[in-house]
Design a protein around this ligand. Structure first.
Ligand code: GCB
Length: 875
């Protein structure tokens, strides 16, 4: 025990240091992707197990990598755990910040805890089992099987559940007089700020103290509230007599704090509360708890959200927690970085969804000034059994009690998009609501509804669901999964007519994008960043006009992995404003221009700097947006000013006369500037013009309005067109580029399938179907022709013979000939290569007598399909 040196400010620094009694145990774990109950035993030989460091998930590459599959099941971890002698005679605990989804924790062969739930922390008391000053054997059985969904949320969801010990683990010890954190790994001391105004605030602390010594202890509990300069603002002392084995509730306030510095997104002022428990006789300190505290008050009604008495429109995004290549096992700093990126975008809000996330996220929100909606993962469905309801409640308790002290947290959520408001679902919603209010009466409760469910006939059950929480969120995807730009605003109105009594929040809206696909005429579900911008622009414009929605949150800050999702990058939800490896998409800059006060300027198109376009003129006029939060911007193109334009809603649009070759764009506003170099290759539509075919003409068949960039070869695949004389195109058949009826009830990009053997899905997912003749009026010479094929439909899909153009037996067989010569005989893509597999065939053809290139796909069974053509003149 260390001696408590008194109340002097001078000693703060020392006190913080002496209280370090926590070790992060991240290195040298042994891992095995198998299940055998004997793995818990101390003498099991794990020398042939893989050595891993935490955080770790066994699914890091699974979801994205088509070879591996998404393993859901049981794995074991083992760790030799040395407990330092400093921990002798102390209360010793292990804290797991997150294990997905079920953990059985054994120490020295004994099962000490089973924890259910992938997204909340838990503690394991090892005091009586562990051997201090020695090595102990920690073994953890981890399970992320889908069957857990029967009793544990989420039953299902549009995100992958990465198995593993994917957050940090700590070995902690305290004196035997200590604050109680179990059973929910709660904050040791709860801080409440029930009354806050500009002139004064109150603060109370609520905790339980326990004496695990065998004799009675007299203690002083010293509470200090310090400002940012570490000056004591308030202090208080309690005197307690602690009988062994009992839990003592503490609830005390520190008196009125005059003229408090308020916490807000503009100025997230944080005080520090220090609570020390010291022996009354000798001043020795048993435990010190340090926690940030922010003073703010908020209220909400149908006119909006008010923070510290001022109207504040909540603007931000939701966040999933995985990262490219790492899955959910990300270094803790990456959590903070995500929040910083969100803040730098000008957001004041984050929906931590659909589950509680790393403690660092909440800390970062406190410090950066982001208002938090945090929810547990009751997504889509509620199982009707008692265990499910119990586990939901446990999870809610953990989320609230672990994150109680964060001033950033304003809204507690429990449910997202239930499909069916059955009796048990409504009962659970009510119970969770009551629990939220019981545990934390100072915050708002919220729920997110799905358009499909509330659009169903307005039944008594939906009426009930709308009446439960303080704030009703709605997830709207008009003009993405369904509807179009004209149905967005009516949908918002409609929700108002359903949720009449409660404040409303647009809790989700979003469109996917892929930096490899671009268009000047973006359309729903084409995955172009241009459509993502168009979509978000419409929603944001609408939301900014509507005080009846207290806020709006874009889905999602980041692209995230979803096993089985068939977008242009399979197994990924691409609605992020950042890519999965956190590169900024154009939409990020757009929001920054609209939301942030920090001066910025950005020329849109940074991910589209290499362009190939058909243009029979020497100048190709294209619109370019400049995003800025300044009043006006000037754009200079190859040294010539295109004028100064007013910035409207974060954007000024210029018509840029692109020339063949390099186009240097220079945007300026006062001292701000941004530069972008766009390499534009203008192709003549007349194939007789000399250079059209020298670098190769890459045509993305089936695609009508998008350009696709192969990031490795830097080839630009241009959209296709019907044939015109002197040029190229399909003579018959039809382009297939979108398809209603995906697993997400919307349209897909082409077939929306994970095409094996390639990363260039957008090239293979769209195709020509039923085409028998494709013509290119090329001049005489020797040509290399690349044919890009795939059987685009799965076996099941081919049962629909009309839609998929197969024969009555589900077959597709065709010949390919060029200029009358059969070069590929009886091509049966599904049988020879497997369905949805990329096949590239390259042939060399000599064109003579001005015959051009005539490619025939002659069907034997069903209709021919072809996804791409690359034609290059080699001689
Ligand atoms: C939703 C869900 C979310 C999905 C999103 C989408 O409504 O709440 O989990 O990821 O739609 O992108 O489809």
């Amino acid at each position: 025990m260390k001696r408590f040196a008194g109340w002097l400010l001078f000693f703060w620094g020392c006190i913080c240091c002496i209280c370090a009694s926590e070790i992060s145990i991240t290195d040298s774990w042994k891992y095995k992707a198998e299940n055998d109950e004997r793995f818990s035993s101390m003498d099991w030989n794990d020398s042939d197990w893989v050595t891993v460091d935490l955080p770790h998930t066994w699914n890091a590459g699974d979801v994205i990598d088509e070879q591996r599959g998404y393993r859901r099941g049981i794995s074991w971890y083992r760790k030799k755990l040395f407990i330092p002698s400093e921990a002798r005679d102390k209360k010793i605990t292990l804290r797991f910040d997150g294990v997905a989804s079920k953990a059985d924790v054994y120490l020295n062969g004994k099962l000490l805890k089973t924890h259910l739930g992938a997204y909340t922390a838990f503690g394991v008391d090892i005091t009586d089992i562990c051997e201090v000053g020695k090595e102990n054997l920690l073994a953890v059985k981890v399970d992320n099987s889908s069957s857990l969904g029967e009793i544990l949320p989420p039953v299902s969801g549009d995100f992958s559940i990465f198995g593993g010990i994917y957050r940090r683990v700590f070995l902690q010890w305290t004196e035997k007089v200590h604050f109680v954190t179990e059973p929910y790994a709660a904050v040791p001391v709860r801080i409440q700020t029930p009354e806050v105004s500009v002139s004064e605030a109150s603060m109370q602390i609520v905790a339980f103290l326990k004496n695990d010594f065998t004799d009675t202890k007299h203690v002083h509990v010293n509470v200090f509230l310090c400002d940012e300069m570490n000056r004591i603002v308030k202090e208080k002392q309690l005197k307690l007599k602690l009988i062994p084995g009992r839990k003592y509730p503490i609830s005390t306030s520190v008196g009125r704090i005059e003229n408090p510095h308020l916490w807000s997104p503009e100025l997230p002022y944080l005080y520090t509360v220090k609570v020390q428990v010291c022996d009354a006789k000798n001043g020795e300190m048993y435990q010190e708890v340090i926690s940030p505290v922010g003073f703010r008050w908020f209220s909400v009604d149908k006119t909006g959200f008010y923070l510290n008495g001022k109207y504040l429109k909540l603007r931000g995004a939701a966040r999933h927690q995985d990262y490219a290549g790492l899955g959910t096992a990300i270094p803790v700093e990456m959590n903070r970085r995500d929040m910083r990126l969100l803040k730098e975008m000008g957001a004041n809000f984050v929906r931590i969804s659909h589950y509680p996330q790393d403690p660092e996220i909440y800390r970062a929100c406190d410090e950066l000034g982001l208002i938090v909606w945090s929810e547990i993962c009751v997504v889509n469905e509620v199982r009707k059994n008692a265990a499910f309801a119990h586990n939901c409640k446990e999870m809610l308790k953990e989320m609230i009690l672990q994150n109680y002290n964060h001033p950033s947290v304003v809204l507690w959520g429990a449910m997202n998009e239930l499909w069916d408001y059955h009796k048990q679902a409504i009962a659970l919603a009510r119970e969770l609501e009551a629990l939220k209010k019981e545990l934390d009466p100072y915050r708002l409760s919220c729920v997110a509804f799905h358009a499909f469910t509330w659009e169903k006939p307005y039944t008594q059950s939906s009426k009930e669901m709308f009446s439960i929480s303080d704030v009703n969120g709605v997830n709207v995807y008009e003009s993405w999964y369904q509807g179009d730009s004209a149905t967005i605003a009516p949908m918002f109105d409609k929700f108002c007519s359903y949720s009449t009594a409660k404040p409303r929040f647009l809790s989700e809206f979003g469109a996917g994008s892929d930096e490899r696909i671009h268009s000047y005429t973006p359309r729903t579900f084409d995955f172009t960043p241009e459509f993502q911008l168009d979509f978000n622009r419409r929603y944001i414009n609408e939301m900014e006009k509507r005080p009846d929605y207290i806020g709006y949150s874009i889905w999602n800050l980041v692209d995230f992995q979803v096993d089985g999702r068939g977008d242009s990058k399979p197994n990924l939800n691409q609605k992020g404003m950042l890519t999965e490896d956190r590169r900024k998409k154009e939409i990020y800059y757009y929001c920054q221009a609209r939301w942030s006060d920090i001066p910025m300027i950005h020329i849109a198109g940074a991910d589209w700097t290499k362009r190939v376009e058909i243009c029979d003129d020497s100048i190709n006029v294209r619109k370019i947006s400049v995003f800025s939060n300044q009043k006006t911007v000037e754009l200079i193109h190859n040294g010539k000013s295109l004028g100064v334009r007013e910035v409207v809603n974060g954007e000024a649009v210029f018509a840029v006369p692109f020339i063949n070759g390099e186009n240097l764009l220079d945007a300026r506003s006062g001292a701000l500037s941004d530069r972008l170099k766009i390499q534009m290759k203008l192709l003549s539509s007349r194939l007789t013009d000399s250079d059209v075919l020298l670098d190769g003409l890459c045509i993305n068949l089936g695609q009508e309005h998008c350009y696709f960039i192969d990031p490795q070869l830097q080839e630009i695949w241009i959209p296709d067109k019907p044939y015109t004389k002197g040029s190229w195109g399909y003579m018959d058949g039809k382009p297939f580029n979108s398809w209603p009826g995906s697993s997400h009830d919307g349209v897909r990009y082409g077939v929306g399938a994970d095409i094996k053997n390639t990363f260039l899905e957008p090239l293979f997912q769209t195709f020509l179907i039923g085409t028998t003749c494709y013509r290119l009026d090329v001049p005489d010479g020797v040509y290399e022709i690349g044919f890009y094929f795939t059987e685009p439909f799965s076996k099941d899909e081919r049962k629909n013979i009309v839609r998929t153009g197969v024969s009555a037996e589900g077959q597709r067989v065709f010949d390919v000939s060029v200029n009358g010569e059969k070069l590929i005989d009886s091509l049966n893509l599904a049988d020879s290569y497997g369905e949805q597999t990329a096949v590239v065939k390259t042939l060399v053809v000599n064109v003579r007598n001005h015959e051009g290139l005539e490619i025939l796909l002659s069907p034997q069974k069903g209709q021919g399909v072809i996804s791409g053509l690359k034609v290059k003149k080699i001689r």
